[in-house]
Design a protein around this ligand. Structure first.
Ligand SMILES: NC(=O)c1ccc[n+]([C@@H]2O[C@H](COP(=O)([O-])OP(=O)(O)OC[C@H]3O[C@@H](n4cnc5c(N)ncnc54)[C@H](O)[C@@H]3O)[C@@H](O)[C@H]2O)c1
Ligand SMILES: [Zn+2]
Length: 407
């Protein structure tokens, strides 16, 4: 038996934020990030709509990008005091993910962060509150997924919390919110979405319900991501739907080792001044992992089908040649979006540069530990191939130096 779970309601289209007016309840807490939602007036609108619906509203503001365990605990404490019956999370993946983890701790105050990280081990939620997610970036699709990514900064590791219990009750996918994204955010979140769709399609947990979502998302992202990056707002609006479709696919079909590697490298060099931003990490690692996974005959065939849908190679070409076309296509997208091809060329500002912020000796010294952690990541289990320690180290080296994957 397999399970396919999505939010019960999804409101989409311009102006759909207004649906908050129709919510029923007494107390709503709105969880937001560093200020973008406030600056562009969306937070005030959400507060006004909820007050119109009769809610007492409290704000939990300032959730940082790549939220920490400490932020989750602070938010849960605020919820325990205010006792909301609706949690409204608004913004990018970071505030929404943090709010999901706060929700668990609010409903089960004795639950520790370690308990939360047990895959599909969350107790039944919704005894105290329901959850609405309103996304302002076009990538993570956390508004429809069963995942939350929280960073343990004492270890420099991102931990995925995974359970259908944390799939939101309501998702609001209003493209107005995505229109204010700066270019770099469009690029990174868009390639995150592309990675979700590609990984979900070849995941060992793929199914008839997730496949069409993944394929349609890929077709839309191909058409709309680069124009959105270049300022086409109609394309920007469509990307908001495309990333959500990719999320519906991967929330149910799961992901693969591109995400395992992104989770375990993201904060691993924070002491050298930056994170490798999630979407940028995915964009750099995806072509490498496609080459690695294509050695698996089932994955090879599925990449072939994907390429047929994408229309980027002759249908009569061999699957091996189709994989080459896919890799070239993904690399071209990175070029068009000003994303580097490897960690060595990943600058402090995330743009391509000669000498990136991760020094070679530091990378090599930390490599065995990072590889071990990546193998242990919750996303590894559904990848078409399960890498050995040696393979994972070699794969990460290819991602550092931009060398070809031939194993
Ligand atoms: N839960 C999931 O299923 C899932 C999937 C993929 C990634 N993630 C996680 O999500 C996080 C990344 O989320 P993200 O990429 O959405 O970025 P983010 O939430 O970290 O936001 C990045 C920055 O963009 C700003 N911002 C957000 N929306 C904006 C807008 N509309 N206009 C202007 N500025 C805006 C924020 O204030 C912040 O400074 C990572 O921690 C990643 O690991 C989660
Ligand atoms: Zn992702």
């Amino acid at each position: 038996m397999a399970r396919f779970t999505l939010p019960r309601d999804l409101y989409h289209g311009k102006g759909s934020l207004e649906v908050l007016k129709t919510f029923k309840g007494e107390r709503a807490i709105i969880c937001v990030g560093g200020g973008a939602m406030k600056r562009f007036g969306f937070l005030d609108r959400a507060v006004a709509y909820l007050q119109e619906a009769g809610f007492e509203v409290q704000l939990f503001e300032g959730i940082e990008p790549d939220p920490s365990v400490e932020t989750v605990m602070r938010g849960a404490a605020a919820m325990l005091e205010f006792k909301p019956d609706w949690i409204i999370a608004m913004g990018g993946g970071s505030p929404i993910d943090a709010a999901k983890a706060m929700w668990i701790k609010y409903e089960y105050p004795e639950c520790t962060f370690e308990d939360m990280c047990k895959v599909f081990g969350i107790p039944e939620l919704r005894k105290k509150a329901r959850f609405c997610a309103i996304s302002s970036t076009s990538g993570t699709a956390t508004e429809v997924t069963a995942f939350s990514i929280i960073t343990d900064y004492s270890k420099g590791i991102k931990y995925p919390i995974a359970d259908f219990e944390i799939t939101p009750d309501v998702a609001i996918v209003d493209p107005d919110l995505a229109e204010t994204m700066p270019k770099k955010l469009v690029a990174h979140t868009g390639m995150d979405a592309m990675t979700h769709a590609v990984e979900a399609y070849v995941s060992t947990a793929n199914c008839d319900y997730s496949d069409p979502l993944a394929i349609h998302a890929i077709e839309m992202i191909m058409q709309d991501l680069v124009p959105s990056y270049n300022g086409d707002m109609a394309a920007r609006d469509r990307m908001h739907n495309a990333q959500c479709l990719a999320g519906m696919a991967f929330s149910n079909a799961l992901l693969g080792i591109v995400h395992s590697m992104a989770h375990k490298t993201g904060a691993a060099f924070a002491d050298y001044g930056a994170h490798i931003i999630h979407g940028a990490a995915n964009a750099m690692y995806l072509p490498k992992v496609v080459a690695y996974n294509a050695k698996d005959p089932v994955a090879l065939k599925r990449y072939g089908v994907m390429v047929d849908y994408m229309g980027i190679a002759d249908k009569s070409a061999s699957d091996e040649d189709k994989v080459k076309a896919l890799i070239a296509y993904l690399r071209k997208m990175n070029d068009d979006l000003n994303i580097p091809h490897c960690i060595k060329n990943y600058g402090l500002d995330s743009y391509p540069c000669e000498n990136g912020f991760v020094p070679e000796d530091v990378f090599l010294a930390r490599l065995p530990e990072i590889a071990k952690n990546a193998i242990g990541d919750a996303c590894t289990g559904s990848n078409p191939r399960i890498p050995t320690q040696e393979e994972m180290e070699n794969l990460l080296k290819c991602c550092y130096y931009d060398t070809e994957v031939d194993f």
